[in-house]
Design a protein around this ligand. Structure first.
Ligand code: NAD
Length: 489
């Protein structure tokens, strides 16, 4: 569908509710949000100032003390009702996510499912993960020890634009369940879906002031936020992550960093090629490649390389680009001009260095101003920008390898270590290989990137991909202070 057929306006109901944002500082300069589908204005939010952050933290702190006193079962019930609210308002939320992030409806749907699954998971399992736990005392026959988990206080969340609903909300829910308040700083480009989701949290029974949203620029709001909260959850680029981590260090605030990746897929000679192609095409182009765990490098055993490339290119060429608020198009838009420039620069550099563009390699302005064709590169030199730096767009390289050892060596030849996949009919071999790849998560033969298996399993990165984990027990315990009480028998 041509971009001109999509209205970039927020749904009227949403526009009225969200004007001024949750922090109600309407007298600040407006920050204009444009839809990547058309480049047209969607609406404005206040560009908050440091004093607004201080006020937001104070407000969340006041609400948090009552909230933390409520029985955890009551807090869990709020999360369950929130999941229902999200499902009841799914069409509105999907529209907002698509309009502000420019993504295909299926990609927006993934976000919505993610927050529902996380709400349900932490409502059911979270209380066990933070329940008092009996430990051995120093002299077990003379003493007993109990580990308690108390909320840290107010958690600050600084989030990116690529999964604006999932990352803002799924990272916040365990913090709330543990008894914390939260102050969220969404990305400049995508504040509306998080604002709306926070309203749904209040409708589900969360105290009105417990979650504060400060919209505006990260460079203005980062330091005041980091210096006044009790824990920082940051998701974004490695470059900004270094700044956030050093501020957290300066203020002695605990923090987790979910950063960039240059993820590899390894296809062995005994792989089921149709499964491997389906999985790696999905993993390379979901969310137009603007996905921290997407594959940007595929290493294929030379015995099946030619066949794999042919099939991968054929599958890539079937993908539909589109700016539509209906299910249908496979690939959405890039988020902004900066992202489009990066993608174009990486492909131009690859061409100059002798790489072959097997398919794609151009803008699709007739679809929308920021659409770029899914692109396959072969013969990419190791020192090309697209081989070393995160592209964060629909561009993937395919490279032959002589054997599994070379595949592992190449997959590990990066400063990043977020995600990887291995494709083989022999799952024991696949799992053994997965253990040799330096990444926080590795999927074996998983066409859905392991996304839906992960609410109970930790996810995060090593090296330049970050510090700390989300999901599972760690995803809630990190928002608590532990206290050990030892009692003489
Ligand atoms: P970004 O680093 O530019 O921005 C992320 C957030 O940080 C935004 O809210 C921004 O306003 C804020 N920010 C900017 N400067 C700041 C400062 N000085 N202090 C504090 N906050 C500041 O990242 P982006 O472009 O929005 O997101 C894309 C990046 O995020 C990619 O590198 C991607 O791989 C990464 N990412 C990682 C994960 C993960 O789980 N590992 C998930 C999604 C995205």
């Amino acid at each position: 569908m041509p971009a001109s057929n999509v209205s970039s306006s927020l749904p009227e109901r949403t526009r009225t509710r969200l004007q001024g944002g949750v922090t109600h500082v309407a007298d600040r300069d407006p920050l204009t949000v444009r839809s990547p589908f058309t480049g047209e204005e969607m609406g404005t939010v206040p560009a908050c100032q440091p004093a607004d952050v201080t006020e937001a933290v104070r407000t969340a702190q006041a609400a948090q003390s009552d909230w933390s006193e409520r029985p955890i079962e009551e807090r869990a019930a709020v999360l369950q009702r929130f999941a229902d609210e999200v499902l009841d308002h799914r069409e509105e939320l999907l529209d907002i996510v698509q309009l502000e992030a420019g993504k295909a409806r299926l990609d927006a749907h993934v976000e919505l499912l993610d927050i529902v699954l996380n709400a349900d998971y932490y409502a059911r399992e979270g209380p066990n993960h933070v329940a008092p736990t009996r430990r051995d005392g120093g002299f077990p026959l003379l003493t007993k020890a109990v580990e308690h988990h108390d909320p840290v206080g107010v958690v600050g969340l600084i989030e990116p634009w690529n999964y604006p609903l999932t990352l803002a909300i799924s990272d916040m829910l365990p913090a709330l369940l543990a008894g914390n308040g939260a102050v969220l700083k969404p990305a400049e480009a995508t504040p509306f879906c998080a604002l709306r989701a926070v309203e749904l949290l209040v409708d589900a029974g969360a105290p009105e002031d417990l979650v504060q949203v400060v919209t505006g620029h990260g460079t203005t709001l980062g330091e005041p936020l980091i210096s006044s909260v009790d824990y920082v959850t940051f998701t974004g680029s490695t470059e900004t992550g270094r700044t956030v981590a050093s501020l957290a260090g300066e203020h002695l605030v605990d923090a987790s960093m979910e950063l960039g990746g240059k993820n590899a897929a390894v296809v062995l000679d005994d792989a089921d090629l149709s499964q491997a192609v389906t999985g790696t095409v999905h993993g390379s182009y979901a969310n137009a490649g603007q996905l921290c765990i997407s594959f940007e490098r595929i290493f294929v055993h030379e015995a099946v390389y030619d066949q794999f490339v042919d099939r991968f290119v054929d599958a890539t060429e079937t993908l539909d680009l589109g700016a539509s608020l209906k299910f249908g198009p496979d690939v959405g838009s890039l988020i902004g001009q900066h992202q489009l420039d990066t993608v174009e620069d990486h492909v131009a550099d690859a061409r100059e260095r002798g790489a072959t563009v097997e398919t794609g390699g151009r803008r699709r302005e007739e679809v929308g101003p920021l659409f770029y064709e899914p692109t396959v590169l072969t013969d990419l030199p190791d020192d090309a920008t697209a081989a070393c730096e995160e592209t964060f767009g629909p561009v993937v390289s395919i490279t032959p390898v002589a054997d599994a050892d070379e595949a592992v060596a190449r997959a590990n030849d990066t400063d990043y270590g977020l995600h990887a996949s291995v494709w083989t009919e022999d799952t024991d071999r696949g799992e053994a290989l997965a253990r040799r790849i330096e990444a926080g998560s590795v999927c074996v033969n998983d066409a859905y990137l392991g996304m839906w298996a992960s609410t109970d399993a930790p996810m995060g990165g090593v090296g330049d991909s970050g510090i700390g984990r989300r999901h599972g027990p760690h995803g809630i315990q990190k928002y608590t202070e532990s206290q050990t009480v030892t009692t003489q028998r």
